[in-house]
Ligand binder design. Sequence first.
Ligand code: ATP
Ligand code: MG
Length: 298
Amino acid sequence: MPKDQAATLRDLAARKASQKRRAHHSRVMVVASGKGGVGKTNIAVNLGIALAQRGSNVAILDADMGLANVDIVLGLNPRYNLSHVINGERTLMEIMTRGPSGLGIIAGGSGVAELADIGQRQLERFVASLEELDNALDILLIDTGAGISRTVLSFALASDEALVVATPDPTSLADAYGLIKLLAIRNPQAQLRVVVNMCENEKSGKEVFDKLNGVAMRFLSRKLDYAGSIPRDAMVQKAVQEFQPFYIAYPRCKAAIAIGRMAEGLLGDELAGNARQAQEGPRGITGLFRKVMHLVKQ
Ligand SMILES: Nc1ncnc2c1ncn2[C@@H]1O[C@H](COP(=O)(O)OP(=O)(O)OP(=O)(O)O)[C@@H](O)[C@H]1O
Ligand SMILES: [Mg+2]
């Protein structure tokens, strides 16, 4: 075979292999809020478990640089975090610990801040590690810290889907609207879903959503999707004190039932083809981190 033809074939084979490797992209969903303490971590963890119990391979990235939120809710203490992946000591699959129902936990730790100045050589290894995770996972949920810091915003701006958590409290609603406004302007492709947490009942939760959606439609010409509401439930606090997810410890409590319904809604959207994927540019977890690295450098 002529030399150039062999090279072309090799090239083609390499491209095919890389297409095959990249064929799978995880669904990436960021859990964010304007105001802190509204229930993001509890929702991310329990929703993750509910999705895992329905057959999805799910992991949570704890992108909160302050207190290690997810670890506390689950009573875990992971040894490695994103920083070890960036340094090349471990791969993402190696640092992922497994929680209840097989839910994967990836601690961001100091690695989240290090994303801003990752070098070229580190980058290649890191991207290979991201692609491996993209192939393994169906869904990556990202738990962010309170407020609209640069990193929180970067993850929110880089995700295809955002789950904005608000409570009926007026300041939480105003802050949720602020975040929604930012996302609507700077990440117009993203699907914006709202969860109303700590409401009195389903009806009042839906009313809170309708109010927020009305404002978004009027001032941003943006329709929001309703992910559901979670009632204020003493079992949530009880489970937190016991370092257990309420979905496991109290599966019949009102909050757990609401989380189960939310998980089914999200999976139903996927079946109906309503879940957003980036239309252009890099996709999945690899795409998310490429965008985040670009945004944190700005
Ligand atoms: N549905 C609920 N019913 C009762 N209490 C709740 C509910 N959701 C959350 N909480 C309470 O609110 C506290 C804060 O929740 P969580 O830590 O999940 O919020 P967060 O948004 O992640 O906070 P941060 O912004 O600090 O990361 C919990 O410890 C729990 O006591
Ligand atoms: Mg939290």
